[in-house]
Design a protein around this ligand. Structure first.
Ligand SMILES: [Zn+2]
Length: 335
């Protein structure tokens, strides 16, 4: 994905600057144990802020205050119930058709318009944000930085050269934007499911979100000329068949508030009505949300009124590969 490559340089710059100011170990908010981390909380927040400013120079936030506020409100609620509610969190929707979400150290969380288009409830949105908050609370970015910095110091010693090893640091930047590897991703899923449950959503929403991403992969691999792979594309099997994933998410079901709150499908769909959507390379449309009035209406007939085909409409509505419409429900089309 070109998206990852674009940011390589930014990360190497801020990682090198923080590498110059090493401090002692700190306690991990999730495990309660000492991190192998050379970065203090203050440095972490500084590092996040620098990267945040760099990202906003390269990428536009989505120009819709109402939607930004909506996402931020859900994110702040989850963050306030997280293992790390002492730091300030910033949630930003990026105007970007790529299906992506990521978190930077220090509490900076991003979701793209491209991903929001494919979500179908507030619970799923909370799942994405909870997962990203999990990367922040477990200090995955900082742990990666420390590992990178340690390798960097080692390489520096071996080559008797001071300064950064840009290759290691570039890999680090890529990790932050594209996922952290199976172990950290599973931990973020576990934490995300726990934060969902703490605010009342069903932890199952976490599985649903990964299902959305898996459907993206399936759809992309069925379409010629489209590049596949989602930002969380780490599961070889379907998430509902993935035993480790089921285990980590099921752990959150015992939290008393779990499932006391509806996933709020309709509320979410009303919020994203009018959302910008990239139809093809040079063509942009909008998501239009409407009610299925006619009995027996199919995605195939709906596609005649839409700028995308039946397959993509199914994908957008969480029905890929062969789900159907229900009379009376809200549904997205693209115009
Ligand atoms: Zn992740």
């Amino acid at each position: 994905m070109t998206f990852r490559l674009k940011f390589t340089r930014i990360f190497s710059v801020f990682a090198i600057s923080t590498a110059l100011t090493l401090t002692a170990c700190s306690i991990n908010p999730v495990s309660g144990k000492k991190d192998f981390s050379l970065i203090s909380e203050n440095q972490e927040i500084q590092m996040g802020l620098q990267a945040h400013n760099a990202i906003l120079k390269k990428q536009k936030p989505y120009n819709n205050t109402r939607l930004q506020t909506y996402v931020s409100k859900i994110g702040q609620e989850l963050a306030s119930k997280s293992h790390r509610n002492n730091i300030h969190y910033t949630f930003t929707i990026l105007d970007d058709p790529n299906v992506n979400a990521f978190a930077l150290p220090g509490g900076y969380v991003y979701i793209t318009t491209g991903l929001m288009a494919y979500l179908n409830s507030e619970g799923e949105l909370a799942g994405v944000l909870g997962h990203e908050i999990g990367h922040v609370t477990a200090r995955h970015g900082v742990q990666q930085t420390s590992a990178g910095m340690a390798a960097n110091v080692l390489v520096g010693l071996l080559s008797k050269k001071a300064g950064g090893n840009s290759k290691v640091l570039n890999q680090l930047g890529n990790a932050m934007l594209s996922g952290y590897g199976r172990q950290h991703e599973l931990q973020a899923d576990r934490l995300g499911a726990e934060y969902l449950a703490r605010v009342g959503y069903s932890p199952k929403n976490m599985i649903d979100v990964i299902g959305v991403l898996k459907a993206q992969e399936m759809y992309a691999s069925n379409q010629q000329g489209r590049s596949g792979g989602s930002y969380h594309g780490l599961f070889a099997t379907h998430p509902s068949n993935d035993q480790r994933l089921q285990e980590v998410v099921n752990a959150a079901k015992n939290i008393p508030s779990a499932g006391s709150r509806a996933p709020n499908r309709n509320a979410y769909l009303r919020q994203i009505n009018g959302l910008k959507f990239q139809i093809s390379k040079n063509k942009t449309g909008r998501i239009i949300v409407g009610t299925v009035k006619t009995a027996g209406l199919t995605f195939e007939t709906l596609a005649n009124k839409s700028a995308v085909g039946a397959g993509q409409l199914r994908l957008l509505n969480g029905r890929y590969p062969n789900g159907q419409l229900n009379q009376g429900e809200l549904i997205k089309i693209i115009r």
